[in-house]
Design a protein. Structure first.
Length: 83
């Protein structure tokens, strides 16, 4: 049963067996923990980068909208000052 879990986790995490793999229960537990932590770290890093770049686009849109609003207000002020 334990070997089945080891095989399933190693396969699901796409780590595979390789030439060197743990043979003891404690070793396999430690490696499974490292697999999940490593995959979780890479997943968090990828999602943080994605969130940063997509948020950046939203911020640019907001800045452009604010600039357009300021330009309209400046045009109105110019008209008031001239008249």
């Amino acid at each position: 049963m334990g070997e089945s879990f080891w095989w399933a986790i190693a396969t699901a995490t796409t780590v595979g067996y390789g030439d060197v793999s743990p043979h003891t229960t404690i070793g396999k537990f430690a490696v499974v923990l490292l697999m999940f932590v490593g995959i979780g770290f890479i997943g968090m890093l990828a999602s943080l980068l994605t969130a940063f770049f997509t948020h950046e686009e939203d911020s640019n849109k907001k800045v452009l909208e604010k600039l357009e609003q300021i330009e309209k207000e400046n045009t109105k002020l110019k008209e008031v000052i001239i008249s």
